[in-house]
Design a protein around this ligand. Structure first.
Ligand SMILES: [Ca+2]
Ligand SMILES: [Ca+2]
Ligand SMILES: [Ca+2]
Length: 309
């Protein structure tokens, strides 16, 4: 079944007083490994099969993490990585100074909330910056414009992931697997996939931020993690993927204001590439550490040699 929904959600959040801090220029993105490589797709949707092990961000990317990115590459901001709505009541980042020497700080007590008001291209540039080792300097090929993705300035040319990516936006299958997969042999549903990203076939607002109960995003990790140890794949904010879907990119998991059907594995939603709104953000994926990849490669080599022996 194909369900397509285009969503615009706005909500007001309480103004929780002002607090600000300048984030460090070097950040750590906590990730967890998504194993079980070569798993079968969900028979009910056709999604979720991933041939390789990968890491996924434990949480949505936060305002604190995005602030470090801005301080590294947006002293001038020709690509609009900052949106002035980030300083509003549902955002969490302020900008100070003049063009050429802009600085950024977390605000509104929302450093640990998911970053919002970010487009697909903003999200891709953030992953390029991680891929390139978090360099400091103007937005250029060595910082934001190449890396995991070659940024296309022609809207008719899709921005797609390079084969040598180190950090990236999840594609729909990477996101789907981390959210819904749990082998029956490891305590999962009989068909290896749950209906909700909470490792369950039913859900309540005690398990995730959705349905308008709270009326805005919560700090990341407020609710329990799922089977793979990932937080907030159910609700809080919609999360971008790099998978082309209609004229946009697929977005996943619903947000604080959507009903539970938006959180389900059968929901398929396209997000406008250029939309910068309060209820859409992203998380990242990372290739496994070189040591782990080396072990995999060595194992494969040994297996190949045994087959030829
Ligand atoms: Ca932007
Ligand atoms: Ca199932
Ligand atoms: Ca989410």
């Amino acid at each position: 079944m194909l369900m397509t929904r285009f969503v615009t959600v706005t909500a007001l959040a309480a103004f929780a007083g002002l607090s600000a801090s300048v984030a460090s220029a070097s950040i750590t993105i906590p990730t967890v490994p998504i194993g079980n490589p070569g798993n079968a797709a969900d028979a009910s949707t056709g999604f979720g099969s991933v041939a390789y092990t990968y890491n996924i961000g434990t949480t949505e990317v936060t305002n604190e993490q995005y602030t470090a990115f801005l301080n590294a590459v947006a002293a001038t901001d020709p690509n609009g990585l900052y949106n002035t709505s980030m300083a509003g009541p549902t955002g969490g980042i302020t900008r100070s100074g003049a063009d050429g020497s802009y600085t950024y700080a977390t605000a509104n007590g929302r450093g640990n909330h998911p970053v919002n008001f970010v487009s697909f291209q903003d999200s891709v540039r953030f992953t390029n910056w991680l891929h390139n080792g978090q360099p400091t300097g103007p937005q250029s090929d060595s910082t934001t414009e190449t890396g995991a993705y070659a940024i296309s300035t022609d809207p008719s040319v899709p921005t797609s992931r390079n084969a040598n990516w180190q950090w990236a936006l999840p594609n729909e299958n990477e996101w789907y697997k981390a959210a819904y997969h749990q082998p029956a042999s490891q305590g999962g549903d009989t068909d290896d996939y749950w209906l909700y990203p909470t490792s369950s076939n039913t859900i309540t607002t005690a398990q995730a931020n959705y349905g308008g109960v709270i009326g805005g995003a919560t700090p990341v990790g407020t609710y329990a993690a799922n089977f793979y140890g990932v937080y907030d794949m159910a609700g809080n904010i919609f999360e971008r993927t790099d998978t082309l879907f209609f004229t946009g990119r697929r977005i996943m998991g619903g947000n604080w204001g959507t009903g539970e059907s938006f959180l389900q594995s059968i929901a398929q939603i396209s997000g406008n590439v250029g939309s910068e709104n309060p209820s859409t953000g992203f998380r990242v994926v990372q290739v496994p550490a070189p040591s782990a990849m080396g072990l995999v490669a060595v194992g494969g080599l040994l297996a190949a040699r045994r087959r030829h022996a």
